[in-house]
Every structure is written in C-alpha cells, then in structure tokens.
Design a protein around this ligand. Structure first.
Ligand SMILES: Nc1ncnc2c1ncn2[C@@H]1O[C@H](COP(=O)(O)OP(=O)(O)OP(=O)(O)O)[C@@H](O)[C@H]1O
Length: 245
C-alpha cells in the first residue's frame, strides 16, 4: 500500500488536565501517514508531537476524532484488542531506549514475540539483530553497549514482529552525532529497501532531513509540511515557528 495512507488521523482532539488547568495538546488535527514512507514530525516544545505519535500508535486514546490504521479504527477497539494491535502491528522506539537491563540483546529482541504468545525463533531474533549491524552484540546486556548500539537493539526489538508502522519518539535524542547518523541511515534503509512505514518525532533538523516529508506542529495544530527536506530548510521553518510562539 505504498503512498496510500497507512495511518489516517482525522480531526483528532486531545486535552489534558481539568477545568482551568486544561491544555489542548491536539486541536482538530488531521493527517495521513503514507505507507512505505518516512515522515518526520517537528514543532516547538509542547506543540503536541509526542501526543500525536502516542494517539496514532494507539498508546493514548483520543478525546475526539478518529485514528485508522490500515482499515482498523483504533477508537472502536476494546482495551484488550488495542493492546493486541499494538503488539502485532505497531513498533515503538523511545529516546531512552527502554531496554530491560538484565536481559541480553537477544532476550530483549525476543521479548515482544514472547509477550505476543509466539515462540521466538532464534533465527528470526538473530536476523533482526543482524539487519541492524549487531551480529557481534547478541549476548551483550544494555550496560555493555554504547548508546547507539542500545538504540539499534531497541529498533530490532520494535521490528521483530514485522509491524505495519514503526513510530519513533526522538530516537536520536540521547545519541552523539555519529551514532545518530548511523541510526538515521538504518531507518532510511528500512524505508528504501523494505518499504517500512516510519513516523518519527525529532527536534533535530539533520535527523528530519532523512525523512521523505516533514510535518510541522504548533500549538496542537498542523502548521505545514515540507517535502524533500534539507537540514537548512527544516531549521528555517522551525526557527520561524518558534518565533511565532
Ligand atoms: N500527561 C500529561 N498531562 C498533562 N499535560 C500533558 C501531558 N502530556 C502532555 N501534556 C501537555 O500537552 C501539550 C503537548 O505535549 P507533547 O508532549 O505532546 O508536546 P511535544 O511537542 O512532544 O513537546 P516536547 O518537544 O517538549 O517533547 C503540552 O502543553 C504538555 O504540557
């Protein structure tokens, strides 16, 4: 389903807090994330990027509007059906890696399969690690790996179930520029070689320039988009949005 919408967010609203503490994190947001494409989401701090990602990934529920993942409307699902959908069809990568410290790379990658009630095959787990250039780190625990290696294990773990969409929330936020570049090269490769659909929140114009398109948010609303982004063009748009704050 290349270039058809893999995820469709329609008129989504999400508010946090109550009464006089209310914050509209998302205000009537509509956006389509095409299949087989890499979309970056950017915007000033507090503009709703993480909220959009979490609503699109079924981690958080919307207050109004709809989220559709390849024909499934997430709002209509029960908690257990939503949990199953997240396990089977969605991969999520966080800034802080979120690996289990006591488990090896192999065990961390096998975890989502076990949670989904599938018996992890060593071959599949090792293939996921190999694809991310971690063949020689299979038996290492997170504390024995660099930040870049840990993030690559986290990406292998997110991909082992072959999710329809990989969501990443600032995946390079805790990495130095060399490791960031490596992770971004890998994400780009996944899109180009395997038509993986990726949606990534980032603050970094260089990371965003690896995407096919950058979507900008400001104050919980869509504030434009940019095709074929370069770091310079992205930085200019972001600076402008921040000035308007
Ligand atoms: N759990 C929560 N409880 C209360 N307010 C929240 C919660 N999560 C987010 N918010 C508020 O919603 C708004 C959007 O937050 P969100 O984290 O989506 O923004 P962001 O663009 O990802 O920010 P940042 O770039 O700083 O991570 C902010 O005003 C934030 O303070």
């Amino acid at each position: 389903m290349d270039n058809e919408a893999m995820v469709t967010v329609s008129r989504v609203g999400k508010t946090y807090g109550r009464r006089d503490n209310k914050v509209a994190a998302l205000d009537d947001v509509s956006v389509r994330f095409p299949g087989g494409r890499f979309t970056a989401v950017m915007g000033p701090s507090g503009s709703g990027k993480s909220t959009l990602l979490q609503c699109a990934a079924g981690i958080d529920r919307v207050d109004s509007g709809e989220v559709e993942l390849a024909g499934t409307f997430l709002n209509k699902l029960s908690e257990s059906a939503l949990t199953k959908l997240r396990r089977d069809r969605i991969g999520f990568v966080f800034q802080a890696f979120n690996l289990v410290p006591s488990l090896t790379a192999r065990q961390n990658v096998a975890l989502p399969l076990m949670l989904a009630g599938r018996r992890p095959k060593r071959r599949d787990v090792d293939a996921a690690l190999d694809r991310l250039g971690l063949a020689d780190r299979r038996r290492h625990r997170p504390g024995e790996m660099s930040g870049g290696q840990q993030q690559r294990v986290a990406i292998a773990r997110a991909l082992v179930t072959r999710p329809q969409v990989l969501f990443a929330d600032e995946p390079t936020g805790a990495l130095d520029s060399r490791s960031s570049r490596q992770v971004m090269d890998l994400l780009r490769e996944l899109v180009d070689q395997q038509r993986q659909t990726i949606v990534m929140v980032t603050h970094d114009p260089v990371a965003a320039s690896f995407a096919d398109e950058v979507l900008f948010l400001a104050d919980g609303r869509i504030a434009g988009s940019l095709e074929a982004p370069t770091p310079e063009l992205v930085a200019a748009r972001i600076t402008k949005l921040e000035e308007q704050q």
